[in-house]
Write a protein that binds this ligand. Sequence first.
Ligand code: AMP
Ligand code: MN
Length: 252
Amino acid sequence: MTSPKHRGFSRLVSCLQSGLLAQHRKKGETIKKEMASGQMSRDEALECTSCRHACHVMLYSETASQLFGRIPIRYIVLMQMRFDGLLGFPGGFVDPSEETLEEGLTRELLEELGVAVPISTEDHVESCFSLPCSGKYSSSSRLILHFYVKKIEEDQIREIEKAAASTAADHGLEVLGMVRVPLYTTKSDGGLSSFLSHSFIGVARSQLINSLLRLHLVSPGALREALRGSQRKHAESAQNLQEVLKLTGEQP
Ligand code: AMP
Ligand code: MN
C-alpha cells in the first residue's frame, strides 16, 4: 500500500524534526552515515550500543460509528495523556541487551494499557534520534526513538481502553488516560484542529501527522486545513491564558 519512497520521506521528515541530524553529523561514528540521509533502519539503530532506546506505537482500527449519528469517525487512533501533561503514544524505554525492541514495547504496553499487544518488526516505521531535554548533544543523553504502527480490530481497542483504566499498572501514574484522536472537523476548527493544537511529547505530533498521511487516514488537503486551524486555536489559547492569569491576581 505505502511506497518505500513515501515511507522514507516520512521518516526523513520526522527525523529532521527531531533536530539532531546536524549535531550527529559532526560526530565521527558509523551512525553519521545513516543519519546524513535522514534514515536509520532498526538494525542500524541497534548498532549504537551506548545509546538509550525507547519504543512507542500508534494503535488504530477502522470503525463504522458516527458522531451525533451523522459524522463518520472512520478510524480510532489511540494516544494517551501522559503524567507530564503532554500527549504521546504508549511505550517507553527498552534495553536491547535484555530483550528485543518489540518484546520491550509489548512489555511497556502491558504496563501502560493492561494488555500485552504483540508488536513485531513488521510494525516498525522509523528510528531516529530524539532531541535531548537540555538541547545539547552529549553521548550520555543519546536516545533513539523507535516508532511502530499497528492496525487492530475495534473490539481490541475497546478492550484496551477498558483495561487501561482498570487493570493497567501505570493507570493514574505514568498514564493519566487514553484518548482517541478526532480525525474529523466540526465547526469553529473543532476536531482534528483542536486536537493538534495541544502540547505533545517530543516528535509525537509529527509521528501522528506522518502516520495519518502515510496510511491515508486523512487527506493531505484536510490535514493542511486542520493544521491552519490549529494555529488559530493556538493563538486563541495564548490569549485565553493571558486572561485567566489575571484570575490569579497577576496585574497586566
Ligand atoms: P516514556 O517512558 O514513554 O516517557 O518514553 C521514554 C522517553 O522517550 C522519554 O524520555 C520521553 O520523553 C521520550 N518520548 C516519548 N515519546 C516520545 C515521542 N513521541 N517523541 C520524542 N520523545 C518521546
Ligand atoms: Mn511511556
